[in-house]
Design a protein. Structure first.
Lengths: 218, 169
């Protein structure tokens, strides 16, 4: 052990690959999909739990425990009331579209890129539009039991929400969208994000924004 | 459903499943083998590797460095495993662990407790650079640190490891 090259030998000895047990890939895919859905549901129930409690509560939703996540800004309940976040000072991005039991979900993330604190209350106004900007179906309605919360977003902090709509089984479908048009709460100007969303039936809703992120969207 | 009927979304889902399956086929055996060197038995190695993939795929948004994400996550899980084992050992007041599955013969003295005793940043750098074969530059990106800092962490880690190796019986 005292030989000086022992360390190099120990550090550089190769690992032997281990083949995965049969069926592991499918099990892991299913488990990951369950967790994603559970987290979407958590976003909804966490909003319900803090309704009426008053001060904002720091929630780290969408972030994996034990892995790095972006700063969520000032969690202090006594945060000052900043100006309303303006569309130009926000980066809007959409996460992957997930399918589950006839429903479709996608995380919508708003990041404060303005360099100063700003405030968001409630939910964004979201609609699906075609390449020419014509709306395809209704504006997303606020989901039932959707309480308003004031979020103070410090520079670099993010807020997120879940969009929910129905798949083919729900009824006649509209053409697939090219973009989502997103008006941040209270803003008069919309941000546009690329999104292939096909609304079917008449389900299309949006939750209130909560603090925290799903990480950088692709 | 015949192929021409598949909509954009279904094709996108297909492509995503294919990409996931390719990533799993190419990275899982190496990741699990890497974990196996760091824990006591094969089952734990599989559990940790599978959990790292689950965390990768349970995120809503994409990860730009999936391979790095897998190794950093697995390194954290391995560390948690060691800490849990240590707590259990203390709780049950066992002086020695019962013999567990043996490493391959010739693997030499056990470096794992020594690596785990390194300060956090050094440990991560050692695990990724030596055990997972990432380049200096990749390790720096994965840990969000400067290449020079990683380099000096690695050389300080080597000094510490060498001292501790020499001090061990």
């Amino acid at each position: 052990v005292n030989h000086p090259d022992e360390l190099d030998r120990l550090l550089s000895s190769p690992a032997h690959p281990l083949a995965p047990p049969a069926g592991l890939f499918e099990r892991v895919r299913r488990r990951a999909a369950r967790r994603r859905r559970a987290r979407a549901a958590l976003t909804v129930s966490a909003v319900a739990v803090v309704a009426g409690v008053g001060p904002p509560v720091a929630l780290q939703l969408g972030a994996d425990p034990g892995t790095p996540s972006p700063s969520v800004g000032d969690p202090s309940p006594s945060a000052r009331t900043g100006p309303r976040c303006r569309t130009g000072g926000l980066r809007v991005s959409l996460g992957r579209i997930e399918a589950a039991a006839g429903s479709r979900y996608a995380m919508l993330v708003l990041a404060n890129t303005s360099g100063r604190p700003c405030r968001l209350v409630g939910h964004p106004r979201v609609s699906a539009v075609d390449a020419a900007g014509h709306p395809l179906g209704p504006v997303a309605s606020p989901a039932p039991g959707n309480p308003r919360r004031r979020l103070e977003l410090f520079p670099g902090a993010v807020a997120s929400t879940v969009l929910h709509w129905a798949g083919h089984a729900a009824g006649p479908c509209r053409p697939e969208s090219t973009y989502l048009r997103v008006y941040p709460p209270g803003a008069g100007r919309a941000a546009t994000v690329h999104a292939r969303v096909q609304l079917c039936g008449d389900v299309f809703d949006v939750r209130d924004l909560t603090r925290g992120s799903a990480g950088p969207a692709r | 459903v015949s192929v021409p009927d598949l909509g954009m979304r279904e094709r996108a889902v297909d492509a995503r499943e294919r990409a996931a399956s390719e990533l799993f086929d190419s990275e899982y055996p190496r990741l699990a083998g890497w974990c196996r060197r760091l824990v006591d038995d094969t089952d734990t190695a599989h559990e940790i590797a599978a959990e790292a993939f689950t965390r990768l795929w349970s995120r809503w948004a994409g990860v730009s460095e999936p391979r790095g994400f897998l190794y950093v996550t697995a390194a954290n899980l391995v560390h948690d495993h060691w800490r849990r084992r240590e707590r259990e050992r203390r709780a049950t007041r066992l002086v020695r662990q019962p013999p567990t599955e043996q490493d391959e013969p010739g693997a030499g003295p056990d470096l794992r407790p020594l690596v785990d005793s390194l300060p956090r940043q050094m440990r991560a750098a050692v695990l990724l650079y030596y055990y997972a074969d990432f380049s200096l530059r990749e390790v720096a990106v994965l840990l969000g640190r400067k290449e020079g800092t990683v380099k000096s962490d690695l050389s300080r880690a080597r000094v510490l490891l060498r001292q501790r190796l020499e001090a061990s019986p």
